[in-house]
Design a protein around this ligand. Structure first.
Ligand SMILES: NC(=O)c1ccc[n+]([C@@H]2O[C@H](COP(=O)([O-])OP(=O)(O)OC[C@H]3O[C@@H](n4cnc5c(N)ncnc54)[C@H](O)[C@@H]3O)[C@@H](O)[C@H]2O)c1
Length: 256
């Protein structure tokens, strides 16, 4: 018997082939949820799904037809979607004066428009059932921006805005909409970032990583499963009176 009672729930997790998405899937599986794991990288999503007894699907969150297809196939296979986790995301460190339109669009298309489109494909189903929990992964920089990540921060602020507006719009349908804001989680996303930061700041990769870790009051980075714990709680009925929130999982680095 699991503590959060997610046994009868069907969850779709995007970007689940790596890092935080994989950690979220691991916790939701432990809590008994039936999982569909979607990702641009189907092969790696399959490997994670095989370990967790889940279904893997190819998904490009920047494509409306792909979002529709993933939702339709999930409904065909499992009959419903109780939990949507918008986790797929990309990042890059770029000084603002070097930021071009293509890079702005690349990051905002996945992180902001991708959340809109996946959510848009799921919402009519949740409204009709008058039940559902949508959780999107924003970031601590979706609440307080940092230099060299202006376009990424803007995309994560957009996730908070979408979460707040949609929470109010869907409350009459008993659909809850929340965000989780991670701080510093050493996933594959970080490796090119550390390279870019070391070049942009003239420091080593280790020094760039340590700068972030030194700013964490609890003095340790978060693990992917730490984000999964917050997601699983928000997905459960224990969070039945929580909607429109952006929950920080940052070891105390972000306080509002
Ligand atoms: N790692 C951190 O410190 C941190 C901090 C705050 C927020 N986040 C956010 O957490 C989420 C997960 O990040 P991560 O660190 O696990 O990164 P990651 O690079 O390890 O995983 C991201 C996954 O998203 C997938 N993806 C990328 N573009 C996609 C698309 N168009 N359609 C579908 N899938 C796509 C990738 O294939 C990959 O499997 C992201 O939204 C990220 O912005 C991460």
């Amino acid at each position: 018997m699991s503590s959060l009672d997610l046994e009868a729930r069907v969850a779709l997790v995007t970007g689940a082939a790596s890092g935080i998405g994989c950690g979220i899937a691991t916790v939701l599986a432990r809590e008994g949820a039936t999982l569909v794991l979607s990702d641009l990288d189907l092969e790696r999503a399959r490997a994670v799904a095989d370990e967790l007894g889940a279904t893997a699907m190819h998904h490009d969150v920047t494509s409306w037809s792909s979002c529709q297809e993933v939702v339709e196939r999930t409904l065909e296979t499992h009959g419903r979607i109780d939990i949507l986790v918008n986790n797929a995301g990309v990042s890059r460190s770029v000084p603002f004066h070097e930021l071009d339109e293509a890079e702005w669009d690349r990051v905002n298309d996945v992180n902001a428009k991708g959340v809109f489109m996946t959510t848009r494909a799921v919402v009519p189903h949740m409204m009709a059932r008058r039940s559902g929990s949508i959780i999107s992964i924003s970031s601590m920089v979706g609440k307080e921006a940092i230099p060299l990540f202006v376009h990424y921060s803007a995309s994560k602020f957009a996730v908070i805005g979408l979460t707040q507006g949609l929470a109010k719009e869907l409350a009459p349908y008993n659909v809850r909409v929340n965000a989780v804001c991670p701080g510093v989680v050493r996933t594959p996303l970080w490796e090119p970032l550390l390279e870019q930061l070391s070049a942009n700041k003239g420091i080593t990769r280790d020094e760039a990583w340590q700068e972030f870790v030194d700013g964490i009051p609890l003095a340790r980075p978060q693990e992917p499963e730490d984000i999964g714990e917050a997601v699983a709680f928000l997905a459960s009925d224990r969070a039945r009176n929580m909607t429109g929130q952006g929950i920080n999982v940052t070891g105390g680095m972000q306080l509002h």
